[in-house]
Structures are given as structure tokens and as C-alpha cells.
Ligand binder design. Structure first.
Ligand code: NAI
Ligand code: PYR
Ligand code: MG
Length: 637
């Protein structure tokens, strides 16, 4: 071994002379330093000019390569390097040239975040202030996750709209421009046959929660391909902050099967496969292999499906839900959230939960979210005594072609919709929303269509106000640009009598000296706690009854004083507590259904609510600094 070592990151000037003049001195420069050390120790001259050309050979693997600025090439790593350096799965599929990478950074260098189309920013209901804050938090997350989560948890109401909707929508639209380093895993249809090996490139042996998207329906923004990864990242930020999952044990994933978004595909900065979206059996083959691979390595993990398009969302849920702890947030999380909100709204009206079965409910949007909501509310109505047919008859469902009736072509109607199609004598198939509202006089109007242009027009809102003392109006589409109406519009056209909630946060409305509350009807009330309950309880799967129990838990957390102000949901200031209660509801229902497989959860449950709550809280990650070194006994940190 060399007895004396000189280390430097530069190879010039005085260092080189010194290296040459001292016999036996090993000169360490990066990379390729080991060559010098061994040359020196062998007794040969330490200096051979060509050896100062770095050897380029990297001994690291996986994330250690990506996180080493001296060797990292990011999306420019070629296929062979990705293979040999265990990078497959850690980078998006498309290989970018250095020139493309330069262009991405140059735009930022020249114009800052302003180059990211300010019109687009405004259009999405996101301000420049949102973008600035997103940037600050994203950089912090890359530097220091403990600090990031400490801030997010302690400023949840202020910061959730930055890491989550609506700003996350903007981040997804611009992901190919704002991308700086990878986060999470990337699988693609090119990886068929390789996924079982690729999952081992992820450095963590323990993963408790995975959120996966195929980017096909990102919020109401459509097909964004791999740009959609922003959503699993944002959701898992909330898993950590809101529910207390450990940040090293959550895994965001995007599955790249191409995109039908041609503008994105042809953008030189886009990082996904340059192919149309894959469909049919081959698509399911990709997803099956992915599920097998992640569940093979992390069998105790919860797997949340997020923002899959309508054609695949239901089939995928049913494909896996009996075999793994799988749930679809858009179908089930949204459904439980909407039901919880309806119970909350009834409480605001001073009515009992049983009044659910008296509601006439008009739903706009018959996709994953809309039909999930309809099914769960119907299940709630059945619980309160209605037959299946009676419950179905309390819904009027509208899609892009208007009111759905039994006259609709069955081939063009999803199976989940058919039982709710109006069974009518008169021909009202395709009736316009305004006419439906005027004719039916619904007590509840729910929007989950996800389209631009306010679907709840002033006439529709006025009609709701004319027939209801306190109309219940939930404009649940995200992000803000896709909401069916604003809180202000809802209140203005109903003389301030609406019980209103929106999917993305909106400000309360000041009217005639009163503050009219805008609640946030978003599945963030559900998914962190549902996953926490399932993971802690080892529930094997996630049943509809568990989600129903979670939905019923939420309204009990709204204090009377908040109900009097018109709040439909508990305050997000208490998100940890809310997620804990949701987790407890899931655990309790799992026990009743015989699916609570963690004996410690069973033991806590049997000691009563307080003990169960303490047990759940004990398992929640707290973002505080802990010492990272072993200290001798008696030595304080
Ligand atoms: N607040 C929340 O927690 C959640 C909100 N959402 C939002 O719901 C929206 C829809 O999501 P998915 O159901 O998954 O989408 P989807 O694509 O599965 O369904 C959209 C539905 O809207 C209908 N539609 C389209 N244009 C319409 C129009 N002009 N009038 C009436 N209906 C129309 C379509 O026919 C389809 O039935 C998105 O904006 C999404 O962000 C989804 C999940 C949770
Ligand atoms: C909130 C959510 O999951 C969505 O808008 O898709
Ligand atoms: Mg979603």
C-alpha cells in the first residue's frame, strides 16, 4: 500500500509537480484515483501522462451513480450503461442527448421559471407564486427530506396546494422542462421480461406504499405520459406528511406504455417512449409483470393505482384487488371522500345520516371517479334501508353526451354505469344538464367531469338555488382550471346558500358580511389513512366496507362550531389526526371482516379506541432530526 497519499480534485499545476517529485506518493484524483494508488504501491513511477486522462470506469451502482455529480449523466446514460450500472428503472426510458439537456437548462438559465409559459400557468389556476414556492420545496426535498417533511407537516394547509393539487398539475404539464433529477421508479413496455430484476435496483429493502400511474388521465389534464409521475410523487408526499409513512419506505412509480399526447411525444425534452399508447392484451401484460415484480419484492406493501384512464381503471382494480393490498384512489378514495362530504353536508343542514336516502343526486361525469362516487353513495343508501333498485333510482348521471338513460347504446356504456341509467318512458336520453336540473330538482349536484369551461353555469346554479334551501354543490374536478364552478360562482348564484366544496382548494367567499366556507372535497382525506390502516393492520386486501368505514369516520371529526359555519369536512390543520382516525376505521373493519392479520393490531384494538389510537400514532413517522452516530453511553448528543 502507498504510505503517503495526496488527494485532489484537480490534476494541474503544483499538485502535479509535487506528485512527480515525491517518491512513493500516491496521487488521488477523481475519477480513476485507484489506478494511481496501485501504481504508487507497486513501486513504479507514479506519473504516466496518459493516466491523468480519467479512466471513466465507475465502480458505483444505481442511485449512487445518479447522485454523484462527477459521473452522473442523467437521462443521457445509454442502454449498455443503464444495464451495467443498475440504472434501469431509475431513469425515464428515452435517452436524451447532452444537447437536449443543455437546452433544458439554458432556458432556465436565461429566463428562470418564467420561460414556462406564464399563460399556461395562469390557465391552470396556478399563480407564479405557486410556481416559486413549488421550486423552493422541490429543491429542499432533494437536499433534506426531514426538513422538507417537517415544514410540510407543520404548514400543511399552506403547502399542500404546492406539492399537491393544483400546483402538481402544472408540474406534470411541465415535468419535461422542470425535471432535474429522477425520483421514484420508471418501468416501460420496453422492460417486459426485466422487471423482476429491475425492482432490485431500488435501494430500499422495505417499501410500505407504492403509488403507480400510467399517466393516461392526469387530474383533468388528460394523457401526460411519463410526465404523470408528478402525481405519485405528490400523493406520496402526503402519505408521509399526512399519514406518517416513512419517507424511505414509499415508492412513486410511472409505467410508460407510450402516450397519445403527440405534442408531448414530439417535444425534444420529453422523456418517455416515442410511441402511441399501448392497449389490449399487451398493455395488461406490462401491468401484470409490474405488479408481480413489486409485490414479489415488497409483498407487504400497499399498492395505490392513480390516474389511470376510464378504460383501464376498473378492470385493473378488479384484476388485483383480491390478491394484494391494492386500491384505486380515483374510484375508491374519491368515493369515500364524497360520501363523507355528503354526510358532513347533511349535518350542516341539521339532518341525520339517514337523510342520505332521501337525496336526489345529479352527477356530472360518468368516469372512474364519478361512478366510484355513485356506487359508494348507493351503498350508503342501502345501508340506510333502500333496496338496490330504490338506491339506483336516486341518481341522474350525465356524461359528455348528456343524461344517461336505458336508451343509450349498451356498447357505448360502461358496465358500472348501466344499472344507474335512468329507466324512463319519455325520451330524455342525452338531456342537457340544465334541463335535467330544472326537471329533476336535485338536492345534490356533483361534478367529476374534468373538463375546461365551467360546466355548472349560472343558470344551473340558480336552478339549484331556486329549489333548495341549502343546495349541496361539489365541484370536484381537478386542478382548479377544471372545476365545474368556483366557490364564488356557487354562492353568487344561490344567494350565499350553497353548501360548497371543490376538489382543489379555493378561498372562502365573503358575502354580505358573512364568510361562506369552501370545503375541499379531495381524496387526500382518504388515501393516506386508508393505506396506513391497511399496512399497519396487514389486511391482505382493501375492501369496500373498509372504505365505507373510513367515509363514516370523517364527519364525526367535524366539531359543531365548524358545522355551524358550513364546514363539510374536518380542518386540514388536523390532517395527521384525520389520517389516524381513518386508519383506525380501516383496522376495525378489517377485524370485523376477519382480515386483520397483524396480531399487534388485534391486541391494540382489543384494548379499546384510545389504545388503538396510541398504537397507530406510535407508528407514524415524525420528521425530526435524530442522531446518526452511535454515542458512547452517557454522552449526550
Ligand atoms: N376531488 C377529488 O378527490 C378527485 C377528483 N377527480 C377529478 O375528476 C375528474 C374526472 O376524473 P375521472 O373520472 O377519473 O375521469 P374519466 O376520464 O374517467 O371520466 C370523465 C367523465 O366525464 C365525462 N365528461 C367529459 N366531458 C363532459 C361534459 N362536457 N359534460 C359532462 N360530462 C363530461 C366523460 O364522458 C366521462 O364520463 C378529473 O378532473 C379528476 O381530477 C378525480 C379523482 C379524485
Ligand atoms: C385528486 C385526484 O386523485 C385526482 O384529481 O385525480
Ligand atoms: Mg387521481
Amino acid at each position: 500500500m502507498a504510505s503517503r497519499i495526496l488527494a485532489s480534485t484537480t490534476e494541474s499545476g503544483p499538485f502535479l509537480s509535487l506528485a512527480r517529485s515525491v517518491p512513493g506518493l500516491a496521487f488521488l484524483s477523481y475519477p480513476g484515483c485507484s489506478t494511481f494508488a496501485s501504481v504508487a504501491s507497486s513501486g513504479l513511477s507514479p506519473y504516466k501522462p496518459h493516466e491523468f486522462e480519467s479512466t471513466n470506469i465507475v465502480r458505483k451502482k444505481g442511485q449512487d451513480v445518479l447522485h454523484d455529480p462527477l459521473v452522473n449523466k442523467g437521462t443521457a446514460f445509454g442502454i449498455a450503461e443503464r444495464e451495467r450500472l443498475a440504472l434501469r428503472g431509475l431513469l425515464p426510458a428515452r435517452i436524451l442527448s447532452m444537447e437536449a439537456q443543455v437546452n433544458r437548462i439554458m432556458e432556465d438559465y436565461q429566463y428562470g421559471r418564467d420561460y414556462i409559459d406564464p399563460v399556461n400557468v395562469k390557465d391552470e389556476g396556478v399563480t407564479k407564486e405557486h410556481v416559486r414556492k413549488w421550486n423552493v420545496l422541490q429543491q429542499l426535498q432533494d437536499r433534506n427530506e426531514t426538513l422538507f417533511y417537517n415544514m410540510l407537516l407543520n404548514n400543511f394547509v399552506d403547502m399542500a396546494p404546492i406539492v399537491y393539487t393544483p400546483t402538481v398539475g402544472w408540474a406534470c404539464l411541465n415535468y419535461h422542462k422542470v425535471y432535474r433529477r429522477p425520483r421514484g421508479m420508471y418501468f416501460s413496455s420496453e422492460d417486459i421480461g426485466e422487471m423482476n430484476a429491475m425492482v432490485w435496483h431500488w435501494p430500499e429493502n422495505e417499501v410500505d406504499a407504492i403509488v403507480v400511474t400510467d399517466g393516461s388521465r392526469i387530474l383533468g389534464l388528460g394523457d401526460l405520459g411519463v410526465n404523470g409521475l408528478g402525481i405519485p410523487i405528490g400523493k406520496l408526499d402526503l402519505y408521509v406528511a399526512a399519514a406518517g409513512f416513512h419517507p424511505t419506505r414509499v415508492l412513486p412509480v410511472v409505467i410508460d406504455v407510450g402516450t397519445d399526447n403527440e405534442a408531448l411525444r414530439s417535444d425534444p425534452l420529453y422523456m418517455g417512449l416515442n410511441q402511441p399508447r399501448m392497449t389490449g392484451a399487451r398493455y395488461y401484460e406490462v401491468i401484470d409483470e409490474f405488479v408481480r415484480a413489486v409485490m414479489g419484492r415488497w409483498p407487504r406493501s400497499v399498492l395505490q393505482f392513480e390516474d389511470f384512464n376510464m378504460a383501464n381503471a376498473h378492470p385493473l382494480l378488479h384484476r388485483y384487488r383480491d390478491h394484494h393490498m391494492v386500491f384505486n384512489d380515483d374510484i375508491q378514495g374519491t368515493a369515500a371522500t364524497a360520501l363523507a362530504g355528503l354526510y358532513g353536508a347533511l349535518a350542516v343542514q341539521g339532518k341525520p345520516v339517514t337523510a342520505l336516502k332521501e337525496q336526489r343526486i345529479c352527477v356530472v361525469g360518468a368516469g372512474s371517479a364519478g361512478m366510484g362516487v355513485v356506487q359508494m353513495i348507493a351503498q350508503g343508501m342501502r345501508k340506510h334501508g333502500l333496496s338496490e333498485e330504490e338506491a339506483q333510482a336516486r341518481f341522474w348521471i350525465n356524461d359528455k353526451d348528456g343524461l344517461i338513460t336505458s336508451k343509450r347504446d349498451p356498447a357505448a356504456t360502461m358496465d358500472v354505469v348501466k344499472p344507474f341509467a335512468r329507466k324512463v318512458e319519455e325520451d330524455v336520453e342525452g338531456e342537457r344538464l340544465l334541463d335535467v336540473v330544472k326537471r329533476v330538482k336535485p338536492t345534490v349536484l356533483i361534478g367529476l367531469a374534468g373538463v375546461r369551461g365551467r360546466l355548472f353555469t349560472s343558470d344551473i346554479l340558480k336552478a339549484m338555488g331556486e329549489t333548495n334551501e341549502q343546495p349541496i354543490i361539489f365541484a370536484m374536478s381537478n386542478p382548479t382550471s377544471r372545476a365545474e364552478c368556483t366557490a364564488e360562482e356557487a354562492q353568487k348564484h344561490t344567494d350565499g346558500r350553497a353548501i360548497f366544496a371543490s376538489g382543489s382548494p379555493m378561498a372562502d367567499v365573503e358575502m354580505n358580511g358573512r364568510t361562506l366556507i369552501c370545503s375541499q372535497a379531495n381524496n387526500l382525506y382518504m388515501f393516506p389513512g386508508v393505506a396506513l390502516g391497511a399496512r399497519l393492520g396487514a389486511t391482505h386486501h382493501i375492501s369496500d366496507n373498509m372504505l365505507m368505514a373510513a367515509a363514516e369516520a370523517i364527519p364525526t371529526l367535524v366539531p359543531k362550531s365548524d358545522l355551524d359555519r358550513g364546514c363539510v369536512y374536518p380542518s386540514l390543520h388536523r390532517i395527521r389526526h384525520i389520517s389516524c382516525r381513518v386508519a383506525m376505521a380501516v383496522i376495525t373493519m378489517a377485524y370485523e371482516e376477519g382480515h386483520l392479520h397483524n396480531p399487534r393490531a388485534v391486541a391494540a384494538l382489543k384494548q379499546g379506541d384510545d389504545a388503538l389510537e396510541d398504537w397507530v400514532v406510535d407508528h407514524q413517522y415524525v420528521p425530526e432530526y435524530r442522531t446518526l452516530i452511535e454515542l458512547p453511553q452517557g454522552v449526550m448528543e
